[in-house]
Design a protein around this ligand. Structure first.
Ligand code: ADP
Ligand code: ASP
Ligand code: MG
Length: 425
C-alpha cells in the first residue's frame, strides 16, 4: 500500500476545531486507501510558552532539562489528535520520538537524527491504524530525550518519509506554500509552484522559517519531494524538488532574518592561528556563526565581525570573554538591532549584476549596508533592523517578483474547516 507522511504545524493544530479539521483530513486519506503517518508540532504557540516558563525559573535553563520540558508540547498534540481520529471511527495510535525509535546525537536543543528504527510504526500500519508521531523530538542512545531545534517537526517529517520510503511527504502550514518572500512582511509576495532544493536551502538558511533548513537538507540528500501546503484549504502548494534546469529565475525569493546579532571583536592580534583558535572554541560550544568579515590589519591588530543568533549570545559571551583574557583581544561589541536580507536565485550563477542592482535599490531607499556575503546563488546584506520591511518590499518590486494580488490570511471558522476537510481532496 502507498504510504503518506503529513506534518501539521502549531497554527494548524491551535484549537480543538483545527485538530478535528486535521483528523478529518487524515481520515479522508485513510479512506482513500493510504497508509497514513502524521507528524505533529505542539499546539499553537505552546513551545514559546514552555520556553517562557523555563526562563521564569532559570535564565539559562540546563539544556537537558529544557528538552524534557519542550518535548511535552508535541506529546499533548499527538494524543489529542489520536483521540480526535478515534472519535471519527478510525483507529489511531500516537508515539513519542523514543517510541518510534528516532535516535539522535546527544547535543541537546539542536540534536541531529542519526537513525530511525520505526518497527513500531510499521506494526501499527499493518493493523490499519493512523500513526501520529510527535515531531521535533528524538532520543539519544543513552535514552535521554532530545529536541531538533525550532521548527524541527519539519525535519522529523522528512526524515520519516525517507526512512519509511513514503510516496508522499506533505508539510501542512498556515500559508498556501512557499512564497517569493514571507507574505506577512511582503503582502505582494507570490506563491511558487515549485522550488529547487538548493534555493529552498538558501532561503531557509537565510531566515525563511516556512521550512526548517535541516528538513530541506534531509530531503535533498534522500530525494524526498516535499509538498508544502495549507492546512486550511485544498489548493496545491509548493513542490520542493530537484532543480528544473530549463527555467532558472535570477531571483526566486527574498528572505530576511531579524534573529541574529552582529558581534565585532576589536583589536584582535594579527597572528597566524588566532582566528582558528577563536572560531574553533565557538564551534566547540556548538554556536552557529555566519558572515565573518575581517578588516585590514593596522599595527599588528585587526577587527573581526560576524553574525550569530541572538538566542545563542548567552553561550557565546563566555567564549569571547576567554578570548579577551587569554588571547589578547581588546573587547567585543554586540549589536542586536540588525537584520539580514538575502536574495536567492539559481539563475544568479549565469547572470552577473544581481549584487550591484541590489545595492543600488537599497541605496535609493536610504538603506545602509553593514556587511555583505555571497554564495553561488545568494547575496546577503546586513542592514539596520528597522529598515527590514522597506528593504524587503523594495527589492521584491525591483526584481519583478510582485504579485497583482495582496496576501490575505485564510481565516475559516471551525465548522467551515471541518466541512472542507470532510469533503476531502
Ligand atoms: P508551522 O507552525 O506550520 O510550522 P511556521 O510558522 O513554522 O509554521 O511557518 C509558516 C510561516 O512561515 C508563515 O506563516 C510565514 O509567515 C513564514 N514564512 C517566512 N518566509 C516564508 C516564505 N518564503 N513563504 C511562505 N511563508 C514564509
Ligand atoms: N514545536 C516546535 C517549535 O515550535 C517544533 C515545530 O514547530 O516544528 O519550534
Ligand atoms: Mg515551522
Amino acid at each position: 500500500m502507498s504510504l503518506l507522511v503529513a506534518k501539521f504545524g502549531g497554527t494548524s493544530l491551535a484549537t480543538s476545531e483545527r485538530v478535528i479539521n486535521v483528523a478529518s483530513r487524515l481520515v479522508a486519506y485513510h479512506e482513500q486507501g493510504w497508509d497514513v503517518v502524521a507528524v505533529v508540532s505542539a499546539m499553537g504557540k505552546s513551545t514559546d510558552d514552555l520556553l517562557r516558563l523555563a526562563k521564569s525559573v532559570n535564565q539559562r535553563p540546563p539544556a537537558r532539562e529544557l528538552d524534557m520540558l519542550l518535548a511535552t508540547g508535541e506529546q499533548v498534540s499527538m494524543s489529542i489528535l489520536a483521540m480526535a481520529i478515534e472519535a471519527l471511527g478510525v483507529g489511531a495510535v500516537s508515539m513519542t520520538g523514543a517510541q518510534v525509535g528516532i535516535v539522535t546525537t546527544n547535543i541537546h536543543n539542536k540534536a541531529k537524527i542519526s537513525e530511525i528504527k520505526a518497527e513500531r510504526v510499521f506494526r501499527a500500519l499493518e493493523q490499519h491504524k493512523i500513526v501520529i508521531v510527535a515531531g521535533f523530538q528524538g532520543v539519544t542512545r543513552e535514552g535521554d530525550i532530545t529536541t531538533l531545534g525550532r521548527g524541527g517537526s519539519d525535519t522529523t517529517a522528512v526524515a520519516l518519509a525517507a526512512g519509511l520510503d513514503a510516496e508522499v511527504c506533505e508539510i501542512y502550514t498556515d500559508v498556501d506554500g512557499v512564497y517569493t518572500a514571507d507574505p506577512r512582511l511582503v503582502p505582494r509576495a507570490r506563491k511558487l509552484d515549485e522550488i529547487s532544493y538548493d534555493e529552498m536551502l538558501e532561503l531557509a538558511a537565510s531566515g525563511a522559517g516556512v521550512l526548517q533548513m535541516r528538513s530541506v537538507e534531509f530531503a535533498r540528500n534522500h530525494g524526498v519531494v516535499i509538498h508544502c501546503r495549507s492546512a486550511f484549504t485544498n489548493s496545491t502548494g509548493t513542490l520542493v524538488k530537484e532543480a528544473n534546469t530549463m527555467e532558472q529565475a535570477i531571483v526566486s525569493g527574498i528572505a530576511f532574518d531579524q534573529s541574529e546579532a552582529k558581534v565585532t571583536l576589536r583589536n584582535v592580534p594579527d597572528h597566524v592561528g588566532l582566528a582558528a583558535e577563536i572560531f574553533g572554541n565557538i564551534a566547540k560550544a556548538h554556536i552557529n556563526i555566519d558572515m565573518i568579515v575581517q578588516n585590514i590589519s593596522e599595527h599588528g591588530y585587526t577587527d573581526i565581525s560576524f553574525t550569530s543568533p541572538i538566542n545563542e549570545l548567552e553561550r557565546l559571551r563566555p567564549v569571547l570573554d576567554e578570548a579577551i583574557k587569554r588571547l589578547g583581544v581588546r573587547e567585543y561589541l554586540v549589536d542586536e538591532s540588525i537584520a539580514k536580507v538575502s536574495l536567492v536565485g539559481a539563475g544568479m550563477k549565469t547572470n552577473p549584476g544581481v549584487a550591484a542592482k541590489m545595492f543600488k535599490v537599497l541605496a535609493k531607499n536610504g538603506v545602509n549596508i553593514g556587511m555583505i556575503s555571497t554564495s553561488a546563488i545568494r547575496v546577503s546584506v546586513v542592514i539596520e533592523g528597522e529598515k527590514t520591511e522597506l528593504a524587503a518590499q523594495s527589492l521584491h518590486t525591483a526584481f519583478g517578483l510582485d504579485s497583482s494580488d495582496v496576501f490575505q490570511e485564510t481565516q475559516l471558522s471551525g465548522e467551515e474547516l471541518a466541512a472542507k476537510a470532510a469533503k476531502g481532496r
